[in-house]
Design a protein. Structure first.
Length: 457
């Protein structure tokens, strides 16, 4: 296995660009599998398979498990079922299942048929579960023992275990394989009375998750209770597998990436497909929401101009500022709320508190921005202290204050409302919030200015 240290001044792709494959082979022996996977991910399409084929057989499973989907597909496409079988047999069951899930069904079945019965049986079980559930990311490499076993028997059993993943807990089950609790391996090692039964050491306040639970909910549970591992059970409480913290890191990264893409009106399909047509198909529907919002805003503007006195046309020059400030305030609020919901810290009481806080925050930001834009409006309208110029400044300032306050509240309220009806609140941000706030800000600005112009006129 390569060293954990990677020379900071060496980039394997530099050797690839110079067509120095001897240099590549020499450097690969010094690089960690995760760094090799990163190199293959960044390598040109035609170089990926050659880089992978140069790896030692004992390194290939670890590298394949770390590859991004596009590079993984390129490598798998060039390997025979027999070669894939040899590699995935040396992988942890959950990683092997992830790899086989990317293959066509017929090829996946062929690879499973070439694998040893024990390994293929574990992988087949994992492939039955949905990808984004606890069962889809768990590993069946789990250590289970009985309460009536002694510490000495447990340690002896651990010494002969054939597991590919490190574990720190032995899960205790009853005669029906139902989860009872767990024992820390550290407690076994330091127990002086080796004849002591595991039932006397077991922690029964075990936190587990059902196999069909959503991976995001499972990740929140593991993070909330600061767990290193969480056992997976079926509806009867029977132990099926375990999920480790490194799996949860992957889930958190995946869910965060998904939310970021949705905030921008896109999705992670763009990372997997470099086609401009694919990117267009993903982004365009969200942009149509923005375009439709622009259509509505233009109609409002037309009606506004028809009702605005000739002497106050300068008010229209502030429309871009009002729309931009309202949109920004709305995005700030919605991003904060979406993040709170993603972290699982948004109950009903918290939602009310957040919305009330956004009302206050939006009002304060609106006051500051309103004063500044009012002063600027007074300045560009002539800077004189006439009643008309002062009225002009007050109108613009109050309109921006009202628009920003509404935008902040609206940006916080919509994600909360969508979350309550079980719609992903991430879709509430980005194009949707921006378009809705543009329309709302235009209505508020135009309504306030027309009312104040008529009132002071």
């Amino acid at each position: 296995m390569p060293s954990m240290d990677r020379p900071p001044d060496i980039d394997i792709l530099d050797f690839v660009e110079r067509d120095d494959w001897e240099g590549v082979h020499r450097v690969l022996a010094e690089v960690h599998p995760a760094d090799i996977a990163d190199t293959i991910d960044r390598a040109p399409h035609e170089a990926r398979l050659r880089l992978f084929s140069m790896l030692a057989d004992d390194v290939k499973p670890a590298v394949l498990a770390e590859l991004e989907s596009v590079a993984e597909a390129d490598v798998l496409e060039a390997l025979s079922p027999s070669e894939i079988s040899d590699i995935v047999e040396e992988m942890a069951p959950d990683d092997a299942a992830d790899v086989l899930a990317e293959l066509p069904e017929e090829q996946s079945a062929e690879v499973l048929g070439l694998m040893a019965d024990e390994e293929s049986s574990d992988v087949r079980k994992l492939l039955e579960y949905e990808e984004d559930t606890a069962g889809g990311i768990m590993t069946t490499d789990v250590v289970s023992m009985r309460e009536d076993q002694s510490v000495q028997e447990a340690l002896a059993a651990i010494a002969y275990l054939d597991t590919r993943e490190t574990f720190y807990q032995a899960h205790i089950v009853d005669a029906g394989s139902r989860l009872v609790g767990y024992v820390d391996v550290w407690d076994l090692l330091r127990e002086r009375n080796k004849a002591r039964r595991l039932g006397e050491l077991v922690h029964r306040d075990v936190i587990s998750v059902e196999v069909g639970a959503d991976q995001e909910d499972m990740a929140k549970l593991l993070i909330k209770y600061d767990l290193d591992v969480i056992p997976v059970i079926d509806e009867t409480g029977r132990l099926l597998g375990r999920i480790t913290s490194d799996d949860v890191i992957d889930v958190v990264e995946e869910e965060a990436s998904e939310d970021i893409f949705r905030l921008a009106g896109s999705d992670d399909a763009e990372l997997e497909n470099p086609s401009a047509w694919k990117s267009c198909a993903v982004r365009l529907p969200w942009l149509m929401i923005t375009l439709f919002g622009g259509f509505v805003t233009s109609l409002i503007l037309k009606q506004y101009l028809d009702h605005l006195p000739d002497g106050m046309l300068l008010l229209t020059s502030f429309i871009p500022i009002v729309l931009a400030m309202g949109g920004s305030a709305g995005i700030q609020s919605s991003t904060l709320v979406v993040r709170r919901i993603a972290l699982g810290s948004m109950n009903r009481r918290e939602a009310v508190r957040v919305i009330l806080r956004e009302i206050a925050t939006g009002a304060m930001m609106g006051i500051v921005s309103g004063i500044l834009i009012g002063a600027w409006a007074h300045l560009i309208s002539g800077g004189e202290t006439s009643a008309v110029n002062m009225q002009f400044a007050v109108i613009v300032g109050l309109a921006l204050f009202a628009g920003m306050t509404f935008a902040a509240v609206f940006g916080a309220f919509v994600p909360v409302a969508l979350h309550r009806i079980r719609i992903d609140p991430a879709v509430a941000s980005g194009p949707f919030i921006t378009s809705a706030n543009d329309v709302a800000a235009a209505l508020i600005y135009f309504g306030v200015t027309i009312l104040l112009v008529r009132w002071v006129g």
